[in-house]
Write a protein that binds this ligand. Structure first.
Ligand code: SAM
Length: 265
């Protein structure tokens, strides 16, 4: 039999999956949790089968679920059938998804990035909010950007909350992490424009002359883009604030920039 049934909330596999809610648990295993058949489908389309496929006892038959079962086993993964209370406990919410997957994390090394493979890339300095990061990964995918580079002390892109906000795009774009120093020396070889975003910039976001591939730098939610990184940009731009708000939410500003820079390319 290729599938085993788990009914105990204290089962070791259940405990191990629940530990993926904590950074410590994710770092120890190099894995993360993705919830829902849509996510599993996105992963399979990118050639990423789950290590562990958890299927609720009441999960409805679906062709994608059949495919997930087949590809999980083919890749050497495991399938477990679990009860509804276990799904609730693992996902930590009411009305949990009935299919969950545990996947290996995949960070792309900075020097493996091929800048010309996309018209734009996004770099984030010290992003702190997992919902913002997940939304940015999703937006980068939607706008056709190659990936998201995390500079300095950023929130974990593989936290359950960040992954949820990606809506599956976590499997579609490159995710890199780097220090400020490593980023600055790598940036020196960037073939296109490096565009910073600052509230004190004097150039409008549609006025700058951009050479593709563009590298768009976004700052931290509270502190903004630091002087050090802004100074490393070819140009810093501002999105006009026409009302009383003094800034845009980071993910919204990234979306505006990603589309402005990739439009018509
Ligand atoms: N108090 C922070 C500051 O002074 O920059 C606000 C940070 S804002 C919430 C987060 C990031 O979103 C900024 O660092 C910048 O990258 C981007 N951003 C938000 N509004 C922007 C705007 N109007 N023009 C350019 N970038 C903006």
């Amino acid at each position: 039999m290729n599938e085993r049934l788990i009914t105990s909330l204290t089962n070791d596999t259940v405990k191990a999956v629940r530990a993926l809610h904590m950074r410590k648990g994710r770092e120890a295993t190099g894995q993360f949790l993705a919830e829902g058949l849509k996510f599993i489908g996105e992963a399979l389309d990118q050639g990423r089968a789950p290590r562990l496929l958890l299927v609720g006892q009441d999960a409805r038959p679906h062709p994608l679920l059949d495919r997930a079962r087949q590809e999980t086993l083919k890749a050497g993964g495991e399938i477990v059938i679990v009860t509804y209370p276990i799904l609730e406990k693992i996902s930590r919410r009411e009305n949990p998804q009935t299919v969950l997957g545990v996947f290996d994390q995949a960070f792309t090394p900075l020097d493996a990035i091929k800048p010309d493979s996309a018209p734009a890339w996004i770099a984030l300095e010290q992003v702190r909010d997992p919902g913002n990061l997940g939304t940015i990964v999703r937006t980068a995918d939607a706008a056709g950007c190659g990936g998201v580079i995390l500079i300095g002390d950023c929130v974990d892109p593989f936290s359950v909350e960040a992954v949820r906000a990606t809506m599956g795009s976590v499997f579609a774009v490159a995710i890199c992490r780097t220090s400020v120093e490593e980023f600055l020396s790598w940036r020196a070889g960037w073939p296109g424009s490096v565009v910073g975003t600052r509230l004190d910039a004097t150039v409008g976001y549609r006025e700058a002359e951009i050479t593709h591939p563009a590298l768009i730098l976004m700052g931290n939610e509270q502190a903004g883009l630091t002087d050090r990184l802004a100074a490393a940009c070819d140009v810093n731009v501002k999105i006009p604030m026409r009302g009383r708000a003094d800034s845009l939410n980071l993910a919204i500003a990234t979306g505006v920039m990603a589309y402005a820079v990739t439009d018509g390319v």
